[in-house]
Design a protein around this ligand. Structure first.
Ligand code: HEC
Length: 110
């Protein structure tokens, strides 16, 4: 019984800390890649509810790429959205936005 409990505890800690890591990685990416255009940053992150963010990031974030590629004002970000880095980071970005969504009650330090 104790063994089962320890395994369970270990798994819980692992899951919780890896999802926090994703939020943190997403936050770092947001500061580096998105904040320059989307200010005030805190207002931007809390401009949508978690469900809305989830929708924005559907299709592996490809909808968000399309949205930026048709915006002339987002030209400076075109290379980033077309590059290899974005597909790797998009799941972290999604976690970050959902963690700090309008209905989350959380406020990010940006
Ligand atoms: C070079 C400037 C620029 C950068 C960098 C940029 N964006 Fe945008 N973004 C825009 C513009 C312009 C629009 C379209 C106008 C608008 O809705 O504000 C837009 C629209 C959006 C929208 C839709 C707005 C809404 O409220 O639904 C989201 C979501 C978004 N961007 C997320 C991001 C994320 C995430 C990043 C970083 C990975 C990012 N943007 C980087 C310029 C930029």
């Amino acid at each position: 019984m104790t063994k089962v409990f320890i395994v369970f505890l270990g798994l819980t800690i692992f899951v919780v800390s890896s999802s926090n890591a994703a939020v943190y990685k997403g936050q770092k990416e947001f500061i580096k890649q998105c904040r320059k255009c989307h200010t005030p940053a805190q207002g931007f992150v809390s401009s949508h509810t978690a469900a809305e963010w989830e929708k924005i990031f559907t299709n592996d974030g490809k909808n968000l790429v399309a949205l930026h590629l048709k915006e002339k004002k987002a030209k400076a970000a075109w290379n980033y959205f077309k590059g290899k880095k974005y597909p790797k980071k998009v799941k972290h970005l999604r976690q970050f936005f959902m963690e700090y969504a309008k209905d989350s009650g959380n406020v990010p330090c940006l």
